[in-house]
Write a protein of this length. Structure first.
Length: 191
């Protein structure tokens, strides 16, 4: 039977990352599709509407990802699990991106430097916030303050940023526990 991985993301920037990473994780015989949504509520609706049909396709596996933001990781996962468990007919995993997708990027400073050459990891690598990138309360703001290419901007261009960094992300050396748990969940799900 052919395996097909269906990935549900909260936002398009996360889709950008998975489009680059999944071909490097999945064996050639496993196909995938990514369903990006316009925020938490849109994702929640899709899990009730789209998931029941998709999960009945033979060989389907489901991965659901959502940012933690300021909520409790345990509560967010429990709420999603209630919805998915009620609507899913196949094997699935839920992974909470702690705190936000941008934490995954901060877990790989080398990838940021490759995408934005004026950024110098050595200038910030000793900052206490980087000891646990998943605990940085506002990783987008941290990135804005520390990447020269974004000097003077109020908002991080998330789609551009994720598209620029994803090709350089190292699956083995990321310091984000959330990133590593997600990669492990994907491998476990398809094995």
């Amino acid at each position: 039977m052919t395996t097909f991985l269906h990935v549900f993301t909260e936002e398009p920037s996360c889709k950008n990352v998975f489009e680059v990473l999944l071909p490097n994780i999945l064996p050639e015989h496993i196909s995938f599709n990514i369903y990006s949504h316009q925020g938490k509520q849109d994702l929640k609706k899709a899990l009730g509407r789209t998931l029941p049909t998709i999960s009945k396709i033979p060989g389907s596996k489901i991965l659901v990802t959502r940012d933690q933001d300021s909520a409790s990781c345990i509560d967010v996962k429990r709420q999603l699990d209630e919805i998915v468990n009620e609507n899913c007919s196949c094997d699935y995993r839920i992974r909470i991106v702690c705190r936000e997708l941008e934490s995954w990027f901060l877990g790989d400073l080398s990838a940021i430097e490759k995408a934005y050459p004026r950024f110098k990891p050595s200038q910030i690598s000793n900052k206490s916030e980087l000891r646990d990138v998943d605990e940085i309360n506002n990783p987008k703001e941290f990135l804005l303050k520390n990447i020269p290419e974004f000097s003077g901007r109020q908002y991080l261009p998330k789609l551009e940023f994720s598209s620029s960094i994803a090709p350089f992300m190292d699956l083995e050396k990321n310091k984000s526990k959330s990133f590593n748990h997600t990669i492990s969940a994907i491998k476990e799900l398809i094995s």
